[in-house]
Design a binder for this molecule. Sequence first.
Ligand SMILES: [Ca+2]
Ligand SMILES: [Ca+2]
Length: 384
Amino acid sequence: MTWPGAPLYPEQRRIHRIHRGLLTERQEHIFTWVAVVVVMLYVTAWIAAVADIYRIRNTPTFIAPGEHTEPAGPPATPVQQVTSMFGPMTPAAPHLLSDAMLSFLHPLRGESGDIRFVSALPGSRFVEAPGGANVVIEGQDATPFVAPRQPGIYDFAVQMNDAQKPIEDFAIITLVPRSARRGGQIGRYRLGFWPFENGSMPRTDRYAPPRGFIQVTPQNEDFQVSSHFRMQQFLTKDQYGVWPKYLLLDPMLLDKLELTIDELRREGVRVDHVHIMSGFRTPTYNRGGGNTQGRANLSRHMYGDASDVYVDNNQDGYPDDITGDGRVTIADAEKFARAAERVENAHGSLVGGIGIYPACCGHGPFTHVDVRGFRARWRGTGSG
Ligand SMILES: [Ca+2]
Ligand SMILES: [Ca+2]
């Protein structure tokens, strides 16, 4: 807006009026009213902008993949143990962190949105966070997203400026470094040795020896690692009386399994529970006696990114009929494999192995699923 002959700012105008006499009284009145109107318009626009910001902040603008239509998973049981809990007694933060401000955490929940942990070595960073953001674990100093020193499973809150928000259904797991292993064991738990530990080069870094392990105790073994799976399901099936146990579990495997469950449900298959016949296998177990069919020297089971699975809603330890023909046959394993295939087609980062196994040797038909980083398909005959 221009005002011929009249400077824009009242301070300058007064000087002009008094000392130079450029304005008549009438011009001054008009100028004053115009100034009042301009100021009122400015204030109104400013209030509207502030209201807009609050409205946007209170609108959930980010919906993690899979969170919108997915039926809720089984409720967490009271036995789920984590080191610290932010309960309803946590004092209200002076300001709220919006979902959008916490979006840097969303990739950690995977393509499915169902992953509930991230793991890291003690004192190492587990996510790239915006500047000024810190992680707060009860009883510890705030850190720039660094895993606590002691191995364990930790609930946490995110702190930004003077605002703080507890993160629900998601934990940091501090690993036990591989260097804690002595003679192939940590404590009394036997692990053995991984291929390429002698320094030779693996074909891809997914075959590099593990950097650390999740420590599993009777208190934390039921920790919900994703919407449909608990930590203990993936343990090597040996050394039942030895605690703590040690585990490798790749969140990408969980992501692929959760998305496969979504696929089956989309087809109308009821999936309440998926049985993990075999998840992580220590090198010692993988090499071990008995039936070693399918236990390749470079089995992905040793890396915590492979699983032999079937739908087992009635949890009787035997596969359910998911094809609806009233029988449990290899067709049920094939149906699971086709769902996993569609997941790979839609999510290239989760590419890996899909194997189909018939009933044999005291077990029912099952499907092997892994995320080895390249495509592999096979039909097995043995124990996977
Ligand atoms: Ca069953
Ligand atoms: Ca069937």
